[in-house]
Design a protein around this ligand. Structure first.
Ligand code: EPZ
Length: 431
């Protein structure tokens, strides 16, 4: 087991190239299963979730290769339609393979993805929509047995919530279905548009992504496609938080400003200066951040729930008291108890977190509770006085490529250490 060890108080400066989007590459890799010719995906980040995706594709009978940030998938001979529980449990978002397997083979067996660190992760919206498209679903002992005895038929689906995963699953199921599918109240995240761009390059007919109404006209087959994944807007927000919380000055390259409007607004509200600079964005932080009276997470293009934890680390050392309202996930605040070990003053009441900014955090031992909560602990450690030792770093590896390396290049004193070594040296009680 490895810990991240951070010596706080270093001002970050320099340039960081932001990785490809995890939440884009996962559904796009699932979509390659629909293609009967090889696909090549560029700007693929080195993440454990991507490795899990490739293992699932290999299990389904695809041949996959990776060269640097380029991944190739050939699903032409693939005929397997079952994802075993072990692989499903490794990554709950593997539910997005359901639509791809159904779309290609007309049947699928997956284990229920179950909950995760963020609380229950139901897939009722996914399943209700698939049933409207002719899919029959039997649930038995935690497995979903899906068939389409009369084939997949396009239909009109109205989502009660603009679910990202449900929108993606419907798109994947509808691409090769008979007829037209319309999704009302579709998710508008950039990752949805990126998935549609890839599918359309492979011969699909998908229109309206980025709006709340998406139309998919079924086609008989998909050929191969070559595609570069968009930049990861949540990783960009994370490096912005690292600069903001250390009074730093950092240029983020390969970002897509239109995807970061709500995020940039939050950092500006905290007193950061954000300016376009060549192909990127430069963030220059004030000596001390200002509070944000109220910040809410909502579906895109509002402030993204996934950037909430790293913003909370910034607000923990801002001048004044801030209020954050989490409107997407039931149990997003588990990391806050760990933040409090560094001296953060945060009161949580259901979905509302009241953050009383302190002038200084102090280093401590803590543990990641989930991917974005783990990133928040690193951001807090960068700001804290003294040493912070962060355990269960496997959560962070799911979504951040070479996180400690890129932060070190910006001037952070951060490294990976074996747990025994880091806990011994820290001389601090466990956890
Ligand atoms: C995607 O999750 C992202 N994951 C999440 O990022 C992101 O936080 C989320 O969208 C919201 O933007 C990937 O893309 C792999 P949802 P997803 O379906 O698709 C409820 C990260 O850190 N819901 O939009 O699971 C659900 O419980 C991750 O990178 C139902 O009730 O999100 C949640 O409260 C975390 N029934 C809300 O909707 C359903 O059938 C949003 O879920 C589906 C969802």
């Amino acid at each position: 087991m490895t810990d991240l060890v951070v010596e706080g108080g270093k001002r970050l400066h320099g340039t960081v190239a932001v990785q490809g989007a995890k939440n884009s590459v996962l559904p796009i890799l699932a979509a390659t299963f629909l293609c009967d010719k090889p696909c090549v995906i560029h700007n693929c980040p080195e993440l454990s979730d991507v490795e899990t995706c490739l293992r699932i594709l290999a299990h389904l009978g695809c041949s996959c290769f990776r060269e640097g940030d380029t991944v190739g998938v050939d699903a032409s001979g693939a005929e397997h339609y079952e994802i075993p529980e072990k692989l499903m449990r490794e990554m709950r978002s593997s539910v997005v393979f359901l639509g791809a397997i159904l779309g290609k083979l007309g049947r699928a067996v997956i284990s229920s993805p179950g909950g995760c660190e963020l609380g229950p992760r139901p897939i009722d919206l996914h399943l209700d929509a698939l049933k409207k498209m002719g899919v029959e679903i039997e649930e038995d002992h935690g497995y979903l047995y899906c068939t389409a005895p009369n084939g997949l038929k396009g239909n009109t689906v109205s989502l009660s919530f603009p679910s990202v995963g449900a929108t993606e699953n419907i798109m994947l199921t509808a691409t090769l279905a008979d007829g037209k599918t319309v999704i009302h109240n579709a998710a508008k995240e950039p990752e949805i548009s990126d998935l549609a761009d890839f599918l359309n390059k492979a011969g699909a007919r998908i229109y309206g992504c980025g709006s709340d109404t998406v139309e998919i006209y079924g086609v008989p087959r998909l050929h191969g496609a070559e595609h570069a994944v968009i930049s990861d807007r949540i990783v960009a927000a994370t490096y912005m938080a690292a600069a903001a919380v250390t009074g730093g000055d950092v240029l983020l390259e390969h970002v897509m400003p239109p995807h970061l409007i709500a995020v940039c607004a939050a950092f500006s509200d905290m007193g950061c200066k954000i300016t376009p600079d060549g192909k990127g964005l430069r963030l220059t932080a004030p000596t001390r951040l200002q509070r944000i009276p109220t910040l809410r997470s909502l579906a895109y293009p509002a402030f993204p729930t996934d950037a909430g934890p790293v913003i909370m680390s910034c607000l923990s050392v801002a001048k004044g008291t801030s209020c954050f309202v989490e409107n997407i996930f039931q149990n997003r605040y588990r990391y806050i108890d760990e933040l409090k070990r560094l001296g953060a003053k945060i009161k949580v009441e259901d979905r509302v977190a009241i953050v009383e900014g302190v002038s200084r955090l102090s280093g401590a031992c803590c543990e990641c509770t989930d991917l974005r909560g783990g990133a928040a602990l690193v951001i807090a450690g960068l700001a804290a006085e003294g040493q912070t030792v962060i355990g269960k770093t496997e959560h962070i590896c799911r979504g951040y490529e070479k996180f400690e390396k890129y932060l070190a290049r910006l001037g952070a004193d951060i490294s990976l250490k074996d747990q025994e070594e880091s806990r011994e040296n820290s001389g601090k009680a466990d956890g």
